[in-house]
Design a protein around this ligand. Sequence first.
Ligand SMILES: Nc1ncnc2c1ncn2[C@@H]1O[C@H](COP(=O)(O)OP(=O)(O)OP(=O)(O)O)[C@@H](O)[C@H]1O
Length: 175
Amino acid sequence: MPTRILLEGRPGVGKSTVVRRLAALLLNRRAVGFTTEEIRQRGARTGFALETVDSGLRAVLAHVDLPGPPRVGRYGVDLGVMERLALPPLRSADPARGELVLIDELGRMELACTAFQDVVRWLFTSEIDIVATVHVKSDPFTDALKRRADIELVQVNRGNRDALPEDLAARFDSP
Ligand SMILES: Nc1ncnc2c1ncn2[C@@H]1O[C@H](COP(=O)(O)OP(=O)(O)OP(=O)(O)O)[C@@H](O)[C@H]1O
């Protein structure tokens, strides 16, 4: 049975940092997937960049200056970035090669890509180990994942965020 972990936490608690540190700590496993990061201009958040875990490819996923569609809040989302950068490594993830999927995050902008929803559904039925971040906020897609009996829902908070990357790396790296 693969390990499927959802890291849940309030905005800014440190979920992305846990995922990035976990990717850097893994010795015997190859992590594939993506992380997202705020873009700030003159101190204000103007968008989000997406970066692939394995190859470090980076592009602007959402920005106040992008028109969309879709628009999520103040941001126009470039779904082509999901198609070109995020999906290929997820589609070719192979547990036989020791690969582990990291997704940061299962958020509204990412899930605006229906092909991404399909890939995530497939991943959660496959033999691939997964660590994905989710917000506390209710959303039909992530609520359904959180209710599954075969996932571990881990709350990220200030008390455990420093220890979590090493705890998770030890679990995934052990033979
Ligand atoms: N373990 C930590 N120790 C100190 N600072 C941290 C730690 N983890 C995260 N931070 C800081 O908190 C801020 C938010 O971190 P991060 O982006 O990882 O949170 P997040 O939960 O992924 O946020 P979001 O919900 O917006 O995606 C960053 O400035 C980061 O440097």
